[in-house]
Design a binder for this molecule. Structure first.
Ligand SMILES: [Zn+2]
Length: 277
């Protein structure tokens, strides 16, 4: 019987050196997730790691099966999710190496399935009702506090709050788009934060984004603009301390049974029509 309580959506840099990692494949009503789940114990907690883009980074942001990913995590017992990701900074002061824990999100994606509650029957014949989920505060307030304190505990002063705008990708922004995002007052730009956060909320999971700035987006970037090489280089330079912060956060998250945050009440009063895994 597989049982994990905390999920981490991030690449092999986060779990490859853990002892006793077991790999399991999970099927979902939405098809396969990005990859196997990698289960391991960390600070006495059972953690399921899922490489968002697949183990060899073969799935681009707009083709990630987000519904399968979150469903798979919940089906093995996960109720709290940490989502580290690479983003571009939209303000000069959010340079490479900045860690930002956003508290708001803007969706500028275009082609992604972003709800479980679309009235379409599942393979088992059950039919989800149309449900309108409250999403005013898209991130878990408890998880955010834990992430911030974990970063400070490692001497990495994080940015507390800010808005992540999520674009379709896989291309980076034009300068005009980047200046527009900055002028709107948004903080960082990414490609995967949505619909990851809303699908977590729809499943009653706590979701916390931990955004590592790898570049100044095209608006503030000089030269030729953001390159994938630059993103990988800065991510590589910071993955070690991001892993330390992530692991401290895993250890500090509250026990599943004690959760009372808004995430757990997302569907109070709704008849979902389907049984969540
Ligand atoms: Zn929560």
């Amino acid at each position: 019987m597989v049982n994990a309580e905390i999920g981490v959506i991030g690449g092999s840099g986060f779990y490859s050196f853990l002892d006793d990692v077991s790999e399991i494949q999970v099927e979902t009503p939405y098809g396969p997730p990005s990859d196997s789940l990698y289960l391991g114990e960390l600070a006495g907690r059972q953690v399921a790691f899922l490489p968002r883009h697949g183990r060899s980074h073969t799935v681009p942001p707009h083709k990630i099966n987000y519904r399968a990913n979150l469903w798979a995590l919940r089906s093995v017992g996960v109720r709290q999710v940490l989502g580290p990701c690479a983003v571009g900074g939209l303000r000069a002061e959010y340079g490479p190496g900045t860690l930002l824990v956003p508290d708001q999100l803007v969706d500028r994606t275009k082609s992604r399935a972003q709800t479980y509650f679309d009235g379409e029957p599942l393979p088992d014949g059950s039919v989800p009702n149309v449900v309108h989920t409250t999403f005013a505060d898209p991130y878990c307030p408890v998880g955010r506090t834990v992430a911030l304190e974990s970063a400070r505990g490692r001497g990495w002063e994080p940015v507390d709050g800010g808005t992540m705008v999520v674009i379709e990708g896989p291309r980076f922004s034009t300068r005009a788009e980047s200046r527009w995002h900055a002028a709107a007052g948004w903080s960082v730009v990414g490609m995967t934060g949505h619909p990851e956060a809303v699908l977590a909320r729809e499943l009653g999971l706590c979701y916390t984004s931990m955004a590592l700035v790898t570049d100044l987006d095209a608006g503030a970037e000089t030269g030729e603009g953001v390159s994938h090489t630059e993103v990988l280089k800065v991510f590589g330079e910071n993955v070690g301390r991001l892993r330390e912060v992530l692991f401290d956060a895993v250890a500090a998250l509250p026990p599943t049974a004690s959760r009372s945050c808004l995430c757990t009440h997302a569907h109070d009063g709704w008849d979902l029509g389907i049984e969540l895994p």
